[in-house]
Design a protein around this ligand. Structure first.
Ligand SMILES: *[C@@H]1O[C@H](CO)[C@@H](O)[C@H](O)[C@H]1NC(C)=O
Ligand SMILES: *[C@@H]1O[C@H](CO)[C@@H](O)[C@H](O)[C@H]1NC(C)=O
Length: 387
């Protein structure tokens, strides 16, 4: 009797241990277009270190207004060209515990087509049938929906209800086959309130990836950090919730299950050209985005690798309130995340007992290890800090 009780206790604690050990996820996005970048910026599937993630998302496939899957980059994705889908799934041979999902949507896809499909039961069925067939054909482990965002960006008022219908039907089709259902969701408090019935969405999803970044950028007329951990004493009512803690806490307060939530971390910065180089304060006026980098090639954005390779001579300033760094040189200002700020974000995720971290994306980390002694300094920081 005693012996079996002891055995039972041991057995129970082993189960608990293994559950908690496997419960923390690092969900990494692969952005397929990064393969076309020049020089050291070129990133391909073989550059992925599979030991740094538990899940990899292929970004992105698209949708048609009829609910069909549209292949956004046939050359990169398809078996006729670079065979991106099958090479990504093949990474599970290197790390058998890895889950590989396909992600549909993203910022450039807009919201309107998703709104049209979600509103029509027949089109939802077309989509779900295609998704099931697609996952089977390419051996993905699940489906990630990155509709940015229901009821916003030319969406419709009835999107939040239709989004729930779509998720319900997806779950009913995916779960019996063992496929995961995931979504990337807005971490902006105002957007989240418009777009999601949070408790229902949380119930239906296996993985909730909260995009707590892009809070500020060259789409505004003043300096702001893309992903501050905390508020600033300079915030007014309009921007006091545009930070990581406010976004994550809002999802929890509205009824999301923290264990399903993943705090989104960006490996890039958002940059500005200052209106007056002598005023580089938070919320100082700007003329527009900062000068484009050689890899990301977009004004207003710089990868962490571009910052550390090319701009390590820019003045480094740590913001004690917002707990993030920025760099300044002349009229150029870039706010970004480094090892220090990412470690603080991961500690916050630990404290909130979240499911883990989501990373957008592999290709902007120093994946070649050019700046320091190791490859992937940001992703390694996540792995080391996540408890
Ligand atoms: C919304 O629709 C208008 C009119 O068709 C278009 O000009 C605009 O680009 C659309 N915005 C988005 C975010 O799709
Ligand atoms: C954020 O705060 C600054 C400084 O008070 C202000 O200029 C700006 O308009 C605010 N932004 C929003 C979105 O409210």
């Amino acid at each position: 009797m005693k012996v079996s009780t002891v055995f039972l206790l041991v057995a129970t604690s082993i189960v608990l241990l293994s559950t908690s050990a496997s419960a923390k996820n690092i969900i990494c996005y692969f952005a397929s277009w990064t393969v076309y970048r020049p020089g050291n910026g070129k990133f391909d599937i073989e550059d992925i270190d599979t030991s740094l993630c538990t899940h990899i998302m292929f970004g992105f496939i698209g949708i048609t207004t009829e609910g069909r899957i549209s292949i956004l980059d046939g050359w990169e994705s398809n078996d006729d060209g670079l065979r991106g889908f099958s090479r990504l799934v093949d990474l599970t041979k290197v790390n058998p515990n890895l889950k590989v999902l396909v992600s549909m949507g993203g910022w450039n896809e807009g919201s309107e087509k998703y709104s049209i499909v979600a509103a029509d039961p027949a089109k939802r069925k077309v989509l779900i049938d295609e998704v099931i067939q697609f996952l089977g054909e390419h051996n993905f482990h699940g489906f990630d929906l990155d509709w940015e965002y229901p009821a916003l960006r030319n969406g419709s008022d009835i999107d939040p209800a239709n989004y729930v219908e779509l998720l319900k039907e997806l779950k009913a089709a995916l779960s019996p086959k063992g496929y995961l259902l995931s979504a990337a969701v807005s971490g902006g408090v105002a957007n989240a309130d418009i777009a999601y019935d949070i408790p229902v969405v949380s119930e239906l999803l296996d993985l909730i990836n909260v995009m707590v970044y892009d809070f500020h950028g060259a789409f505004e007329s003043f300096v702001g950090h893309t992903s501050p951990l905390s508020a600033s004493s300079k915030d007014d009512a309009g921007n006091a919730t545009l930070n990581v803690k406010a976004g994550i806490q809002h999802w929890i307060d509205k009824g999301a299950d923290p264990a399903k939530m993943h705090l989104g971390v960006g490996t890039y910065g958002r940059s500005f050209t200052l209106a007056d180089p002598n005023n580089a304060e938070l919320y100082a006026p700007v003329l527009g985005g900062g000068i484009a980098g050689p890899y990301t090639r977009q004004e207003g954005v710089l990868g962490y690798n571009e910052i550390c390779e090319l701009h390590s001579d820019w003045t480094y300033i740590w913001d004690d309130e917002q707990q993030v760094p920025h760099r300044v040189s002349g009229d150029q200002w870039v706010g970004y995340d480094d090892e220090k700020s990412i470690a603080l974000k991961v500690e916050y995720a630990n404290e909130k007992e979240l499911g883990g971290i989501m990373v957008w994306s592999f290709d902007n980390d120093d994946f070649r290890g050019i700046c320091g002694s190791e490859t992937y300094p940001l992703m390694r920081t996540i792995k080391r800090t996540l408890k």
